[in-house]
Design a protein around this ligand. Structure first.
Ligand code: ACO
Length: 321
């Protein structure tokens, strides 16, 4: 039987941290206290003009490849989860492929599931690997959400940042990914969306992120609790056997509430939202890479990844690392 296991991780945050006080200095009508107390976010990073999702993804990808002890030539599948692609087309994944110098025998495409994009991309890559069609995948979450923020809307612009995270997922005789669950309910799309598009050379509609924060909060806590229970049941392992929970880093209060629902001590939850804000599809692999590199997550341990975002789309994965 073929399993898929994480062989290496990488991540990248562009430029210097921008603190809440920096945002106040830039003219946003907010305060460090409001943002920290409501969200746990102390800083975020913004990509410089001209730096795009593929540039951030490429740096994270190179780190993940190095950590996996393989080379670009060994990669036969690249999936990038992003809601802020470099272009309408081609996919950001093909730009990463070109940046890595891979010319052939490597499929590359993007997936779009907003903040849950990395979980969707991981599930997709896992199916490819388990089928035997591909052996080594780069799964990346990369975003430049700063480009879709309305700086006059203080209820959203303080929440998000730019970044990328990546894993190499490879075929193995040992698990690996033990269980995954994906869900979506598109009837909620007006609660979190960018309701614009491009037609006839112009932006039609609204090109900025719009959110009904309290609806998102309530739905997220319930959905994340349910989907984490679902993957634990699917894997058939005791909850106590899980060493680390690596949630989507949107908001410390969502993370704390869903941990409380599940009866998890916060000491088992990786939180990095304070240092990079909500980086959408990049946030789970960013947090994962951080905890791998600082030695918290070690080989042989068991982790649960979970995320939720626009749509709504949500999901979770239980993985032995
Ligand atoms: N600074 C200061 N005051 C602010 C700010 C700000 N940045 N933003 C809003 N306020 C004010 C409002 O104007 C309002 O003032 P008023 O009472 O005088 O009208 C007051 O704060 C309360 O506003 P609410 O919107 O009710 O604030 P709430 O307590 O709901 O907190 C928040 C807002 C933090 C967005 C919360 O709803 C939340 O955490 N939602 C989850 C959404 C989230 O994290 N989304 C991320 C994307 S989705 C995902 O990744 C899962």
């Amino acid at each position: 039987m073929i399993f898929a296991r994480i062989a290496g991780t990488g991540s990248h945050l562009p430029g210097e941290p921008v603190t809440n006080d920096d945002l106040v200095r830039r003219g946003i009508d907010t305060s460090d206290e409001w943002v920290t107390v409501r969200t746990g976010i102390r800083a975020r990073h913004f990509a410089a003009p001209g730096t795009n999702s593929s540039d951030l993804a490429l740096i994270a990808a190179r780190q993940a490849i190095e950590a996996a002890g393989c080379s670009s030539a060994d990669i036969d599948l690249i999936i990038v989860a992003t809601s802020t692609p470099d272009f309408i087309f081609p996919s950001t994944a093909t730009l990463v492929q070109a940046g890595l110098g891979i010319r052939n025998n490597c499929a590359a495409f993007d997936v779009q599931a907003v903040c849950c994009g990395f979980v969707y991309a991981l599930a997709t890559a896992e199916k490819f690997i388990r089928s035997g069609s591909h052996r080594r995948a780069l799964v990346i979450g990369a975003e430049v959400f700063s480009r879709i923020l309305d700086w006059t809307d203080r209820s959203t612009c303080v929440l998000f940042g730019d970044g990328a995270g990546a894993v190499v997922l490879e075929a193995s005789d040992e698990p690996g990914v033990r269980a995954m669950a994906l869900h979506a309910d598109g009837s909620h799309h007006p609660d979190l969306w960018v309701p614009g598009n491009v037609a006839g050379g112009q932006v039609m509609g609204d090109p900025f992120l719009r959110m009904n924060g309290q609806t998102v909060f309530k739905f997220a806590v319930k959905a994340l609790d349910e989907v984490m229970r679902e993957v634990i049941n699917l894997a058939g392992v005791p909850q106590e056997s899980i060493d680390w929970f690596v949630p989507h880093q949107a908001n410390i209060r969502i993370i704390q509430s869903s941990a409380k629902h599940l009866g998890l001590p916060m000491e088992k939850v990786v939180t990095t939202v304070g240092i990079h804000g909500n980086t959408s599809a990049a946030s789970i692999p960013l947090a994962l890479d951080c905890a791998v590199r600082d030695g918290r997550i070690r080989p042989g341990q068991r982790i649960v990844l979970e995320g939720i975002g626009g749509g709504f789309a949500w999901g979770a994965a239980l993985i032995d690392v």
